[in-house]
Write a protein that binds this ligand. Structure first.
Ligand SMILES: Cc1cc2nc3c(=O)[nH]c(=O)nc-3n(C[C@H](O)[C@H](O)[C@H](O)COP(=O)(O)OP(=O)(O)OC[C@H]3O[C@@H](n4cnc5c(N)ncnc54)[C@H](O)[C@@H]3O)c2cc1C
Length: 572
């Protein structure tokens, strides 16, 4: 009965007995359940709070891990601090989503000068993937190796591309990636084709593609994670994508972590999701080697859970913060922090947007379809890597009006939309021990962050501008382009990674190659924290592929148990 109610998400109807502040309850609370204003249950529920596995966080890492582990038949609990994003008309309202920040938390983090800032993050079921652009890239082979950059050296990973490759393929199939291998020369070998053909280019993008090729570039269709009725059926209405990156998706077409990975995990019946469950602390046994308690705050009540295996996937900053909050006698500087690396090496990518104001009419509805990696490893005038460029979803009216203030004053948004093409640029950010997450005295998050490799990003911007000078020689409509844009600063936490890096050496890394904490026997990390370096491609596919990889290790650990049953993943 309890399972039925829990799995059917009637959480909002559940009230917990309140206790004294600071009390921790070991699994008994009162459930008051109302249905159509009728009290149907008012009972003391004794919960068995012990699980085989607890997963904390439901982003690309946590949900993919849940998907992979649900097949073991083990009893799994997922704790997520946020709730479901409601499906409502505001999902696609640019003013509400972008300007007002309707789905972002009202939380302050603090910079090096202790100045508060609002991080661009999302606490909800599915994590940041509910808002992501679903451009699902593999990192390139050289991203796993040591590489020199303008800002210093990008360190090698303890395992190389060939180890990741099968998991990238699995993740591309799981996340319904539409794309075509073999067009972008920087792309590494893939053992299988993408499951779906690329999304079609709209006329302007086709024009750009043709002309970019004429000037010697290698534009390629963005690998996009979407599940569209038109992929499966001619008897269903097709979904026309529009507001996408930065927006939740009312149609569930975006292949985000909740719809793709968490939903099937919950359908298995052995997996329970508790929303609005903020994990405050992890406690260890006296030896310090084993997590014995996961303390969550649910409706102002501290509830204690336990599990044989605990997987942390709170996003890079919050996972590090959880480790630091969990300091105890055996782990005085924070959990698993004998290396003094917990919270360090935070990377964000150097990200930003450049908008081209051209004479070419842009009537694209879904612009996010073409990428350019010709400058990824360098350029004619740059021996060192610069980064990657992709088209993004159309900027919202508030942003375009602001960017056009000096370039095209007095024009309406409709007019501006026709004359703008929006690009997203990413360059590699390098790990620095000084770029780190710590906790302030009141427990709030402090982020010391200084840009590491910005010269590459500035040069990448110049490259894009020069591409248009060359395009202008082929087509007068691309001549005399005017540019404006914005660069993400410390608030731009969308691609956060690196705070609990993995490695072979416990003195310089927090996690081992299986993403298990070196210092503990039952603690794993499945989000972007494990990255020792971050390349310059969007991170979500690598996070998901890694979750699939380490789930294999966890399943192997579990396979000794008697009640183990496992279904092989089915390629979709
Ligand atoms: C607007 C936008 C566009 C993006 N576009 C792309 C793209 O096109 N391609 C791409 O690859 N990537 C993109 N990204 C980045 C991508 O979404 C993230 O890299 C990825 O989702 C991170 O996954 P994660 O598992 O590391 O963490 P998250 O997605 O951050 O998930 C962490 C989860 O843990 C929960 N949590 C945190 N603390 C606690 C706690 N103490 N207790 C319980 N739960 C907790 C959070 O609520 C959250 O649900 C984009 C991101 C944004 C915001």
């Amino acid at each position: 009965m309890t399972r039925f109610f829990f799995n059917n998400c009637l959480y909002s109807s559940i009230s917990f007995i309140s206790g004294r502040p600071g009390d921790t309850r070991d699994g008994c609370f009162t459930v008051i359940l109302w249905c159509n204003h009728t009290l149907i249950i008012n009972a003391l529920i004794i919960m068995n709070n012990h699980y085989d596995i607890i997963i904390i966080g439901t982003g690309s890492g946590g949900s993919t891990m849940a998907y992979a582990l649900a097949k073991t038949g083990k009893r799994i609990l997922i704790l997520e601090r946020g709730g479901f994003i409601p499906k409502e008309k505001q999902n696609w309202d640019p003013h509400e989503v972008v300007t007002v920040g309707r789905y972002r938390p009202n939380e302050n983090w603090y910079d090096a000068a202790d100045k508060p800032f609002k991080p661009f993050i999302h606490y909800n079921v599915g994590g940041n993937s509910k808002m992501y652009g679903a451009a699902l890239f593999r990192f390139r082979e050289k991203d796993f190796m040591e590489q020199e950059h303008y800002g210093g050296v990008s360190p090698a990973w303890p395992i190389q591309y060939d180890t990741f490759e099968p998991y990238y393929t699995q993740a591309e199939h799981l996340y319904h990636v539409h794309g075509r291998h073999g067009i972008d020369p920087t792309e590494p070998a893939a053992s299988a084709a993408y499951p779906y053909a690329p999304l079609p280019y709209e006329p302007l993008i086709l024009d750009l593609e043709i002309k970019m090729k004429k000037i010697g570039l290698h534009p390629f269709p963005l690998p996009m994670g979407v599940q569209l009725p038109q992929d499966y059926s001619e008897t269903e209405a097709p979904v026309m994508l529009e507001n996408f990156d930065g927006f939740p998706d009312l149609t569930d077409s975006k292949a985000d972590a909740q719809t793709i990975a968490l939903r099937p995990a919950l359908a298995k019946g052995n997996t329970t999701l508790l929303t609005h469950a903020y994990v405050e602390k992890l406690e260890t046994d006296a030896s310090g080697r084993k997590i014995t308690k996961v303390i969550a705050i649910i409706k102002n009540e501290r509830i204690s859970f336990s599990a044989g295996i605990v997987v942390v996937a709170c996003g890079a900053v919050n996972s590090a913060a959880l480790f630091l909050r969990s300091a105890n006698d055996k782990h005085p500087d924070g959990l698993a922090n004998s290396s003094n690396q917990v919270g360090r090496n935070l990377m964000l990518h150097h990200n930003g947007c450049l908008v081209a104001f051209t004479k070419k009419k842009n009537d694209c509805v879904f612009q996010k379809s073409l990428g350019l990696a010709d400058f990824y490893f360098g350029a004619d005038d740059s021996k060192l890597p610069l980064g990657e460029i992709q088209l993004m979803g159309r900027n919202d009216a508030d942003t375009i009006n602001w960017l056009a203030e000096k370039i095209a004053p007095g024009k309406t948004y409709a007019e501006l939309k026709e004359m703008t093409i929006d690009f997203w640029l990413t360059s590699e950010d390098l790990p620095s021990p000084e770029n780190r997450v710590t906790l302030r005295k009141d427990g709030s998050i402090k982020v010391n962050y200084a840009r590491t490799n910005y010269a590459a990003y500035e040069k990448l911007k110049e490259k894009l501008k020069h591409v248009f000078v060359q395009l202008g020689e082929l087509d007068a409509d691309y001549r005399h382009v005017q540019w404006n844009g914005y660069d993400l600063d410390i608030t731009g936490m969308s691609h956060q990674n690196g705070t609990l890096r993995f490695g072979n050496d416990p003195s310089s890394s927090v996690l081992d190659v299986n993403c298990k904490a070196h210092d503990l026997d039952n603690l794993y990390v499945a989000d972007a924290s494990f990255f020792p370096s971050c390349g310059a491609f969007n991170p979500a596919l690598t996070i998901a592929a890694n979750a699939l990889r380490i789930s294999g290790h966890i399943i192997h650990q579990l396979s000794v148990a008697k009640d183990f049953k496992y279904e092989e993943p089915v390629m979709l």
